[in-house]
Design a protein around this ligand. Sequence first.
Ligand code: NAI
Length: 271
Amino acid sequence: MPSNKERTIAITGSASGIGASLRNSLESDGANVIGIDLNDADVIADLSNVDGRNQAISETLDRAGGALDGLVTSAGVGPPYDPEKIISINWLGTVKIINGLREALAVSNSTAKVVAVSSNSTTITPNVPESLIEACLAFDEEKCNQILGGYSGMASMAIAYAASKTAVARFVRRSAPSEEWAGSRIRLNAIAPGAILTPLLQGGLDDEEFGDAIKTLPIPAGGFGSPETIAKWIEMMLSDAADFMCGSVVIVDGGSDALLRPDDWPKSFTI
Ligand code: NAI
């Protein structure tokens, strides 16, 4: 693997929280980072809409000279936020960027790495409608909005968030082993953090309704995680330590998932 000094890594959501922490760490190690965000980034783009995503892809390709060694999709929003926008930013703003930069990753000199930032909301949010997750995966925005219309307030935001992050995790699981990804020497994996103290989580904590719900989340390791901890895990998943990692969704959540559903993993399948 080339040293960090020779690596070019794109990060969406690089201006704040986990993305900013990762950017600092990679840059201090000499990597060439292309940050993509609404503000304070190399590529200023709004990933909530088609034009912004296309602009992010073409400007990133220009800056990278057509070849990328790594991509981390950390841009995201969380409750309280418009549920339809949660889907368009967290799901479409992730999958379209990953797909749009695939060819640049395939021409890396080393085994390229993609780390999609999912969430432990994928496993600990109850009653997320399967139809919403599948509508995301089918890119059926009209159906997503129709399903979300059946919910209101806090429930619609929590469900939109969990569905967007589950779609990201499933996209990774479904795509990673394929010819397009593993077969093109690109490792596609996801990280699923728990409650990490960043501006996003603080926004939830400051909200009257969500604040109380977040504070009741059991975290056996004690307290919220830090963006630096998650950045270290992502760095590992960008390194050659991840050459043999393909389609994994790594939960780093202080034990919330293990506490709430201890026996739901591992599960074998029946033939
Ligand atoms: P943050 O709010 O500190 O950073 C998110 C970044 O995404 C910001 O810089 C923001 O400007 C950018 N962003 C938002 N909407 C955008 C848009 N339309 N176009 C371009 N950029 C946009 O949040 P944090 O916590 O660092 O979140 C990073 C990722 O981690 C998100 O995907 C989030 O869902 C996920 N996550 C966060 C957890 C937490 O507890 N903080 C837990 C699990 C997952």
